[in-house]
Design a protein around this ligand. Structure first.
Ligand code: ZN
Length: 173
């Protein structure tokens, strides 16, 4: 079990499409534990395997409130089967895009089909924050980021700014 390093923009790995998992073995179980550790360590509420550089269709979430008991959830090969026409808007942040929040409108409800960490096929009706979060993470598995919801001009400016931030923190000794 370990906390893994987060991949951040503009790393091209984040743009790759993750591969489906055939079966859940020891490697996948270890990866799921690492994803949970890395997510909790960084105070995130969701994390996709690609964000630690592993191109596998696995995501973890925990949308419980700070004063509630932790509620870890793991989705392997998740796919959205149905979405509502009703939408909801959240200001979304991303562990791969530091210090950036973007207002995004998404379907308020969605039905997700997935395999759980024990290999069981399941379905879950998601609503509100959980629905937003799971759609955000499934976007990661398809190489899509929250900055893609911006216009091209805004997106280019933001990437430029983020790239500069990275340079500022870089030390070569
Ligand atoms: Zn994200």
């Amino acid at each position: 079990m370990s906390v893994r390093e987060l991949i951040t923009v503009p790393d091209e790995v984040l743009r790759k499409i993750s591969d489906p998992i055939g079966s859940i073995g020891l490697n996948e179980k270890k990866l799921i534990k690492d994803l949970y550790n890395t997510m909790y360590h960084n105070n995130g509420i969701g994390l996709a395997a690609v964000q630690i550089g592993i191109l596998k269709r696995i995501i973890v979430l925990d949308v419980s409130k700070a004063d509630e008991e932790k509620k870890p959830m793991c989705f392997v090969n998740p796919s959205i089967k149905r979405i509502s026409t009703k939408t909801t808007t959240y200001e979304e942040g991303c562990l791969s895009i530091p210090n950036t929040f973007i207002e995004i409108e998404r379907p308020k409800n969605c039905l997700v089909e997935y395999i759980d960490e024990y290999g069981m096929k399941k379905e879950l009706e998601c609503d509100g924050l959980l629905a937003t979060c799971i759609q955000h993470e499934i976007n990661h598995l398809d190489g899509k980021l929250i900055i893609d919801f911006l216009s091209k001009i805004k997106k280019d400016l933001l990437i430029k700014k983020l790239s500069k931030q990275k340079n500022l923190n870089r030390v070569i000794v």
